[in-house]
Design a protein around this ligand. Structure first.
Ligand SMILES: NC(=O)c1ccc[n+]([C@@H]2O[C@H](COP(=O)([O-])OP(=O)(O)OC[C@H]3O[C@@H](n4cnc5c(N)ncnc54)[C@H](O)[C@@H]3O)[C@@H](O)[C@H]2O)c1
Length: 258
């Protein structure tokens, strides 16, 4: 088996589209087995089929998972462990956004976003750690956002949820180190990346104007591609990052350097 993550077994949430799907394709192309877990099971199955067509049957698997549900986490992880012969990488990628400034955001939307973006990392890490412990070296990669490090006037719950993911990742890193587990935990912080998550903005302003508006905020002058994030996940999943834990990796075209 060859590849930068040959022999790794990665469990990826939100794998039906966008960054999760891109990460799954990338990891599989570098020798990993991948488990795609999503509320959108047909979408996850379609990505798994495409990966198996490209890299051979038994490379990718798909599972129904609502990342806010503890019983569903236990079930999906147990199935993935059996199908892949272990789990050594956890990518907590599933996430959502809801607009509304602090005066207009509903409590319902606050709870929904906090649950999908933060409960998910807590539950996933808690229940994946026994598997990662058995398959060391392990790696946990939590998808925060540049919005977890830089606030905006109109995204309080997205900012708060992604900031929570940022520091939670560090706490997990220290816990694993203290317990003498060779399991690393890091967060990634993309800025605007070309995925369906940007569709509400595209619908509001039109595709070209929406993307131009976003690109104007980024020193490199463009929004990112899913592969820009998949390459960061590949590095953190691989043993190339074996001394990197509790770190945050910004993939932001320079936006946070300003
Ligand atoms: N694309 C960006 O601009 C960008 C920038 C920074 C951070 N992020 C973060 O990256 C991650 C992936 O974003 P994306 O752009 O691929 O978004 P996306 O909307 O394209 O994909 C998100 C996936 O998560 C799944 N999902 C949603 N709720 C779920 C739940 N409760 N349980 C399981 N799966 C669920 C969806 O079905 C979908 O497949 C998110 O955490 C997002 O906040 C994205």
């Amino acid at each position: 088996m060859v590849g930068r993550v040959a022999g790794k077994k990665a469990f990826i949430t939100g794998g039906a589209q966008g960054l999760g799907a891109a990460a799954a394709h990338k990891l599989a192309s570098e020798g990993a087995k991948v488990a795609l877990a999503d509320v959108n099971l047909p979408g996850a199955q379609a990505v798994a089929t495409a990966i198996n067509d490209a890299h051979g049957a038994g490379t990718a698997f798909a599972y129904a998972l609502d990342v806010t549900s503890e019983p569903q986490w236990k079930d999906a992880l147990a199935k993935a462990d059996a199908d892949m012969g272990g789990i050594s990488v956890l990518v907590n990628n599933a996430g959502i956004s809801r607009g509304g400034d602090i005066e207009n955001l509903s409590l319902e939307d606050w709870k929904l976003v906090m649950s999908v973006n933060v409960d998910s990392v807590f539950l996933g890490t808690k229940h994946a750690l026994p598997y990662l412990r058995k398959n060391q070296p392990g790696s946990i990669i939590n998808t925060s956002s540049i919005a977890g490090l830089i606030a905006a006037h109109n995204s309080p719950v997205y900012n708060a949820s992604k900031a929570a993911v940022w520091l939670l990742s560090k706490g997990i890193a220290l816990h694993c180190a203290k317990k003498k587990m060779d399991v690393r935990s890091n967060s990634i912080h993309p800025t605007f990346i070309d995925t369906p998550i940007l569709n509400p903005l595209r619908q509001a302003f039109g595709k070209e104007e929406a993307e131009a508006k976003l690109a104007r905020q980024i020193p490199l002058g463009r929004i990112g591609e899913p592969d820009d994030v998949a390459n960061a996940i590949l590095y953190l999943a691989s043993d190339e990052s074996k001394f990197v834990t509790g770190a945050e990796l910004k993939i932001d075209g320079g936006i946070s350097a300003m």
